[in-house]
Design a protein around this ligand. Structure first.
Ligand code: ZN
Length: 170
């Protein structure tokens, strides 16, 4: 490549991308395996548009068959998408108080999540669309939700995402 090659103008951009590539390589080799489960679907007619909550009475008045019971999830015709990921899943106890505050960890949180690699696509996996009402992460046989999701950026490029990880109630 000659010094007049216009593609050298993107040198600094490649440098930024390298931070993400470096992170993905690091998490591929040293991160923990987990499964990200996203559940999407259509809004159940039982959902009260004013409150956003399910009205279980609606299902008593409109029993299946004919009207699918969302079982209190508010979603029908659901599609479940599982993605194998790798992330750094750091026990809260391994962080000091300043680190915990910096990432917004609360007493009820179990881990700091830093990630993630989409294992099959070999790309950065976007967790920003995580929906705590439906989605979850399975790690070491337990289900967790993510909250306080944020991204570490250099310029406008996301290097990795981080979040608080809390064991799900059910
Ligand atoms: Zn319903």
């Amino acid at each position: 490549m000659s010094t007049t090659d216009p593609s050298t103008c993107s040198g600094s951009t490649r440098g930024i991308m390298n931070h993400q590539a470096h992170f993905l390589n690091h998490v591929r080799n040293n991160g923990q395996s987990a499964v990200y489960t996203a559940i999407t679907g259509d809004a159940c007619p039982c959902v009260n548009s004013a409150t956003g909550y399910c009205d279980q009475e609606w299902h008593f008045r409109n029993p299946a068959p004919g009207d699918e019971d969302c079982n209190g999830t508010g979603l029908i015709d659901t599609v479940t998408t599982n993605t194998n990921i790798k992330a750094f899943i750091l026990p809260k106890a391994d962080l000091n108080e300043i680190q915990r505050q910096k990432v917004g960890l609360r007493a009820e949180d179990d881990y700091l999540f830093v990630g993630a690699l989409n294992v099959s696509a070999e790309t950065l996996f976007d967790i920003s669309g995580f929906n705590a009402d439906h989605d979850y992460i399975t790690f070491a046989t337990h289900k967790y939700i993510l909250r306080a999701i944020d991204a570490e950026k250099i310029g406008d490029i996301i290097v990795y995402y981080f979040a608080a990880m809390k064991k799900r109630a059910a």
